[in-house]
Design a protein around this ligand. Structure first.
Ligand code: ADP
Ligand code: ASP
Ligand code: MG
Length: 403
């Protein structure tokens, strides 16, 4: 008898009809005599609606209450799934995070799962029941409700697979696997059969929304193989794994792009030790995530320009913090909201020279200007104007023979 964790994302449970369909998938696994554990997201749109409501109440909505609020969507979808399964004659019940419990560490809205109580869950599975567990939420040691970051139900499923020692963990979503790039943005995108954790982690962190980045980290750390499949069509999906068997010989595995980035340039800051730290300290204190950073080589050794990217939502706050910062002086501050980061990812680039050149040449041939560059062992990212993103993806997809 296998134990299988099935996770359903927001679109998969987005309507009553969809919930009925998802229950058929659950029944399929149950009828094969598996122990089936289900994790569900909120119905699509529900979490966004709750987030918007919190913003209307206060621009500085209390983080603990934010978690109480936004975690409610999952409770509703889980009750609906359990209710439907019972209607169909199965033994099922919903479980919220405090009932198991799913214990988390770290700050509200971006906590991490530390442990999951599985005693009751195991007893229930043995008795033939199908537990339906709220994704995204946890409970802190001081018994407050927490959430584990947007799209966090992926991490809930993976951590449940770890704690109950599941044989399989399947993430059901609205696409039939991980593609070379977002298939909704680029029609020639191809499904990837197998992808290494590290590549998936980079793709997810660099904007491929299909998996939550933290959840891929959890899968990697705990060596949980994860399948990504569609709840809409019955097709083979993608396996996220570290197993080296049957991998393709592509140099580049995928292309990701971000949305809503902004670029800031501080012109004429002093070229002295500690200046960069003074600029970034208040940003870090205010939880503003700084991404790409470049500093010009100063010609006279006295002044330099510093450019960095943040999320566009943080732009106003960042501008205010820089202007208020008494520890720095500068000549000018400039902003650009319409930028996006396009990245190529693949473990193949470790052993293949010339990838950077090919990327830059492909972009140059389409007259796409590169604003900022950053690299790591298995990825190269460039910042470009948002109006060039689609063309950049198409050019790179073709250059690296992913079409
Ligand atoms: P869910 O609600 O099931 O969690 P998400 O919206 O979080 O679903 O993720 C699925 C979406 O991810 C797809 O609809 C697709 O547009 C997007 N996506 C972005 N990049 C990729 C990619 N490389 N492969 C597949 N899907 C991707
Ligand atoms: N409902 C939450 C969100 O929209 C968590 C999830 O879908 O995984 O972010
Ligand atoms: Mg998701």
């Amino acid at each position: 008898m296998k134990t299988i964790v099935l996770k359903f994302g927001g679109t998969s449970v987005g309507t009553i009809d969809r919930i009925k369909k998802v229950c058929k998938i659950i029944a399929f696994y149950k009828k094969k005599k598996n122990k089936v554990v289900v994790v569900s997201s909120a119905m699509s749109g529900v979490t966004n609606e709750l987030v918007n409501k919190s913003k209307l109440i206060s621009s500085n909505f209390d983080r603990a209450e934010y978690d109480v609020l936004v975690s409610t969507g999952e409770q509703a979808s889980c009750a609906l799934i359990a209710g439907r399964l019972k209607h169909n004659g199965f033994k099922s019940r919903s479980w919220t995070s405090w009932q198991l419990p799913i214990l988390t560490d770290g700050p509200h809205s971006s906590a991490r799962i530390g442990s999951i109580g599985i005693k009751e869950l195991n007893r229930y599975l043995k008795s033939g029941g199908i537990p339906i567990i709220t994704g995204f939420q946890g409970v802190s040691k001081d018994l407050r409700i927490t959430t584990i970051g947007r799209s966090g139900s992926d991490a809930t499923a993976i951590m449940l697979a770890k704690f109950i020692k599941a044989d399989e963990c399947i993430i059901y979503t609205d696409v039939d696997g991980v593609y070379t790039t977002d298939p909704r943005q680029y029609k020639k995108a191809k499904k990837i059969k197998k992808i290494f954790y590290d590549e998936m982690l980079e793709m997810a962190s660099l904007g491929s929304k299909v998996m939550q980045p933290t959840s891929v980290q959890d899968a990697k750390l705990n060596k949980i193989d994860v399948k990504v499949k569609s709840s809409f069509v019955s097709k083979s999906g993608t396996l996220i794994t570290n197993s080296k068997k049957a991998f393709s010989d592509q140099i580049i595995t995928g292309i990701s792009s971000t949305k809503n980035d902004a670029k800031i340039t501080i012109v004429g800051v002093k070229d002295r030790p500690g200046v960069a730290a003074s600029i970034f300290k208040p940003l870090s204190k205010n939880l503003i995530n700084v991404d790409m950073v470049v500093q010009n080589i100063s010609l006279d050794g006295r002044e330099t320009d510093l450019t960095f990217t943040i999320k566009a939502d943080d732009l106003k706050k960042t501008e205010k913090l820089i202007k208020q910062n008494k520890k720095i002086s500068f000549k000018k501050l400039s902003f650009d909201k319409g930028v996006s980061k396009v990245s190529i990812i693949g473990v193949g680039m470790i052993t293949t020279p010339g990838i950077t050149y090919r990327m830059f040449q492909a972009l140059a041939s389409k007259k796409i200007n590169i604003l900022v560059i950053s690299t790591s062992e298995i990825k190269i990212s460039v910042l470009v104007s948002v109006k060039h993103v689609k063309r950049a993806i198409a050019a790179l997809h073709k250059e690296f023979k992913l079409d």
